[in-house]
Ligand binder design. Structure first.
Ligand code: SF4
Length: 477
């Protein structure tokens, strides 16, 4: 008689916050799977619910508290982790029934809290951990975290007080993780950290052996090695660099983009342009000549797409400072821009700065930045119409539903085979993907028509037929 395997306890996961928190959730789930747990897609089927919180902005904290409240109401057994775990008192005051509270990256503590709340069942018959670990992001792209923490002290930010100073991972460990992800189907690696250009500073760029040669813990070395990986189909995976500050050595990465080893894309959170505001923000790599460097980067790598984010309404920002920002943006011609209205975060030094900007002025400046950057984006995208570009497919539409009998016959679509799409439907199938200039979830998309036969993770050539403020529209070439 076959051995009846005991059923594993099930964990529900609510993951809030930024891509870095998502990576933490993936790591926790991988460890739980290794300890014999199954995942539950809903509250009802879970033996315990894990809420990975975000504590960056007050609005994010409130969202985290709401998520904890919902998990308690729906399930009752709740373990809290993540950035808000630093404020255990606030959580306990509102939800005394929470079983355990742990902070960010306290993987071992989270796992032991779950072990206690819903003890695992020994199961020697199953190896539950897939080679690449359990992932929350779609299989065709993965976040690759290269360091924790940050050595800067930007006045609006509390991340260093939550996550501590910069702590870089070993380059060989990062490359091994990347290699596994790519072997398991990842087509795009999104390199993340709080400050990617500072990678390795804390470990004095100490080299490690990788594939028979020394690789320094340095952004340039890492980017080059990531660009040498190959998918099982022999393709170069897309490597996208996020949170890069324009330190001088960033110039060395641009030729790697021109060579095709990493994507011609840089996510640089400039946050402002006015030297006075940048000084008050205590931003890193705050030097003049950024516009000149953008120009040089574009002459080395004409396709480079620059994305950035900006804060408007920072305390003390005058109309003159704001106008400086608008003029700078007009000249910089960035490809992708996100804007935020300044929001004081509990514990941030900026909260004590004089001359807060009234809400209506913040709103007005926000609209003006959005209007300007939408126009620049629309112009840049319009210039791509007629070009053929590479697109990574994120989703392919379902086969269109078969028309009702009668209706379909009139249109000549219904062929009587309910289980197979009629070839004529192929041209109706759409798909959505991204160009090299578009990071998932934060940038634009490319909408395809006549996409029958494509699947998620394909990299295809697309002829661009149309554009709007944020997106492109095209057809497989
Ligand atoms: S660079 Fe500044 S904003 Fe970014 S994590 Fe460090 S302190 Fe915060």
């Amino acid at each position: 008689m076959a051995t009846k395997l005991p059923s594993a306890p099930r964990v529900g996961m609510v993951s809030l916050g930024c891509p870095k928190a998502l990576v933490d959730s993936e790591r926790i789930l991988t460890k739980l799977r290794a300890n014999g747990y199954d995942m539950s897609p809903d509250y009802a089927g879970a033996d315990v619910v894990l809420v990975n919180t975000c504590g960056f902005l007050d609005s994010a904290k409130e969202e985290s508290l709401e998520a904890i409240g919902e998990a308690i109401a729906e399930n009752g057994k709740v373990v809290v982790t993540g950035c808000m775990g630093k404020e255990a008192d606030v959580i306990r005051a509102r939800f005394p029934q929470v079983l355990a509270i742990t902070g960010p990256q306290q993987y071992e503590e989270v796992v032991s809290a779950v072990l206690e709340a819903a003890p695992p069942v020994a199961n020697p018959y199953l190896d539950l951990v897939p080679e690449q670990g359990l992932k929350l992001t779609p299989r065709h792209y993965s976040y690759l975290k290269i360091s924790e923490g940050c050595n800067h002290r930007c006045s609006f930010c509390i991340i260093p007080s939550i996550r501590g100073d910069l702590a870089s991972r070993r380059p060989d460990a990062i490359l091994r993780e990347a290699e596994k992800l790519v072997a398991a189907g990842t087509k795009e690696l999104l390199v993340i950290s709080q400050d990617t250009s500072a990678y390795g500073v804390d470990i004095r760029h100490q080299p490690r052996e990788w594939k028979g040669q020394e690789v320094r813990a340095h952004m340039t070395d890492l980017a080059r090695e990531l660009g040498k990986l190959r998918t099982p189909e022999g393709q170069t995976p897309w490597v996208r660099l996020h949170y890069v500050y324009p330190y001088p050595h960033v110039d060395q990465v641009i030729p790697l983009m021109a060579e095709g080893l990493v994507l011609p894309y840089l996510d640089i959170p400039f946050q402002h342009a006015s030297p006075k505001v940048l000084k008050a923000m205590k931003r890193p790599a705050n030097e003049a000549k950024v516009l000149e460097r953008l120009k040089n980067w574009r002459s080395t790598c004409p396709d480079i797409a620059i994305r950035s984010s900006f804060v408007v309404g920072f305390p003390g920002e005058t109309e003159e400072d704001f106008q400086y920002l608008l003029d700078w943006l007009e000249e910089a011609q960035l490809d992708r821009v996100g804007a935020f209205r300044f929001e004081p975060v509990e514990g941030a030094a900026a909260n004590d700065l004089p001359n807060p900007v009234p809400e209506d002025v913040k709103e007005d400046r926000y609209q003006r930045v959005m209007d300007l950057t939408a126009r620049i984006s629309a112009e840049k995208l319009a210039a791509k119409v007629g070009q053929t570009i590479e697109v990574l497919i994120d989703t392919v539409d379902e086969v269109p539903s078969l028309p009702a009998a009668g209706e379909g016959r009139e249109r000549g679509h219904f062929d009587g085979h309910l289980d197979a799409p009629h070839p004529q439907h192929h041209h109706e199938i759409g798909a959505t993907g991204r160009s090299k200039a578009d990071a998932p979830e934060i940038d634009g998309e490319v909408h395809l028509r006549d996409a029958g036969g494509l699947k998620q993770g394909d990299i295809v050539r697309v002829r661009i037929e149309d554009s709007d403020e944020h997106d492109l529209f095209g057809v497989p070439a």
